[in-house]
Design a protein around this ligand. Structure first.
Ligand code: GDP
Ligand code: IMO
Ligand code: MG
Length: 431
């Protein structure tokens, strides 16, 4: 049966949570493959707002089976807090939330080292320990969920902690962490999480033959460790190709849906070529109204105009078939709307996305200006309900990205979604 990958096409926070929740209605299985609780995915269902960091955003449907794959990194305390959030809403997830034993575990020394390193490195990370945890994985110093439950856990942790404490003390002058306290804290977590560990890889392999699987990307393509705006990136592969690798699923994606905002945002440091001037920013709804405050860190997101050079580039990197165009309503009040169609770099116009972040900082966007629609799109139920200027804006984005828009989102709620493509209405995901 078909699989669909949901991939952020910008720098994260495109609205993936909303789309995953919507499409989960017809999916039997929903899986997260990479990242950790640096992600923050929002779902607004029946007026209630849920924030997911590691638990897949499809969990609200009582029959959906949700998986946290081997390519993720798990902070047990944060995961347990997410579970409590669900319990407080009377959402039961026992026997339908499964965690891969291959996933690596985030420890307090990862969070500390993230925080201490970022003081001088200046990436503006989420400080959740994600980078140091993936670094330990690559250095063969990590502990996986399976290791947490194994007999050798204490010995394993003791060896690793020696090295981590050395780093903390010698490099940063930070007091060492106490082995006994850490080991017993994580043994308690292991007990609480043990019943959720399952052979996720085998389960998904079998599911693939019978039912639809939704693959929930985290972060955005430009935060990809290899192809993002390095070094201002996260530490996992966020492109569509990274998802099967993170799940041990085989290259089985039938449709890749690119989730993209009608403008651009970025949280944390690094280049953002179309970043708004303070005067332009003043014409947009503020951060609270536009829901542009980070779910994970509470930081205000930076704003930019829609960047078609970026979108065409990320579309190629993930082999995006269709677009979900999000947050059109945020542009409702503008007289004029700009789209960046190319860059000027070293005096030459180009539609290539530079590899070097310092070059991306130097590009001048070449804009075209479209008329705004100056009316609310929030209540629209179909594409015909949108003002003609809004439809012209969507058509221009389709043209510049060379991909069709399948969904338009005009508000955070499930019902504020326009389906332009029978592919989704009929819940057939073969693109
Ligand atoms: P994700 O990380 O990609 O899942 O996105 P986030 O949840 O971090 O950020 C998206 C924010 O925009 C959330 O607060 C959503 O509830 C909200 N949102 C999603 N779609 C729309 C939309 O079409 N219009 C408006 N106004 N808000 C939206
Ligand atoms: P979702 O899934 C937006 C950013 C951080 C920082 C960089 C590295 O909600 O779209 P990290 O802590 O991962 O080492 O930080 O990546 N970042 C995100 N930005 N949305 C996310 O996830 C992000 N996850 C990480 O702000 O710039
Ligand atoms: Mg987010």
């Amino acid at each position: 049966m078909p699989t669909m990958a949901i991939i952020g096409m910008q720098w994260g926070d495109e609205g993936k949570g909303k789309i995953v929740d919507l499409l989960s209605e017809s999916a039997a299985h929903i899986a997260r493959a990479q990242g950790g609780n640096n992600a923050g995915h929002t779902v607004v269902a029946k007026g209630v707002e849920y924030r997911f960091h590691l638990i897949p955003s499809g969990i609200l449907y009582p029959s959906a089976k949700c998986y946290i794959g081997g390519g993720t990194v798990i902070d047990p305390a944060s995961l347990l807090a997410e579970m409590d959030q669900l319990r407080s809403h009377n959402i039961s997830f026992e026997h339908r939330l499964f965690i891969s034993s291959y996933a690596h575990v985030v420890f307090p020394y990862h969070r500390l080292l993230d925080e201490l390193a970022d003081r001088s490195q200046g990436i503006g990370t989420t400080k959740k320990g994600i980078g140091p945890c993936y670094a330990d994985k690559a250095n063969r110093l990590g502990l996986r969920m399976a290791d947490l439950l194994s007999k050798g856990f204490r010995n394993h942790l003791k060896e690793v902690l020696k090295r981590k404490n050395f780093e903390l003390e010698k490099l940063y002058g930070h007091p060492p962490l106490d082995f006994e306290a850490l080991a017993s804290e994580y043994e308690r977590y292991a007990q609480k999480l043990a019943s959720f560990l399952a052979p996720v890889e085998e389960m998904l392999y079998k599911a693939l033959k019978k039912e639809k699987i939704l693959l929930e990307g985290a972060q955005g393509t430009l935060l990809d460790l290899t192809f993002g705006t390095y070094p201002f990136v996260t530490s996992s592969s966020t492109i569509a190709g990274g998802i099967p690798a993170g799940l041990g699923l085989g290259p089985a994606i039938d449709c890749t849906l690119g989730v993209v905002k009608a403008y651009t945002t970025r949280v944390g440091n690094g280049p953002l070529p179309t970043e708004l001037s303070p005067e332009e920013m003043a014409r947009f709804p503020d951060h609270i109204q536009s829901r542009e405050i980070g779910v994970t860190t509470g930081r205000k997101r930076r704003f930019g105009w829609f960047d078609a050079v970026l979108a065409a580039h990320t579309l190629r990197l993930s082999g995006i078939n269709r677009l979900a165009l999000m947050k059109l309503d945020i542009l409702d009040g503008l007289d004029e709307i700009r789209i960046c169609k190319s860059y000027l770099l070293h005096g030459k116009e180009t539609s290539s996305f530079p590899v070097l972040s310092e070059e991306l900082l130097q590009v001048s966007p070449v804009y075209e200006t479209l008329r705004g629609w100056k009316s609310s799109t929030k209540e629209a139920k179909s594409i015909e309900d949108l003002p003609k200027e809004a439809r012209a804006y969507l058509s221009r984005i389709e043209e510049l990205c060379a991909a069709p828009i399948s969904l338009v989102s005009v508000g955070p709620g499930r019902e504020q979604t326009l389906f332009l493509d029978p592919l989704f209405k009929e819940a057939d995901w073969r693109c």
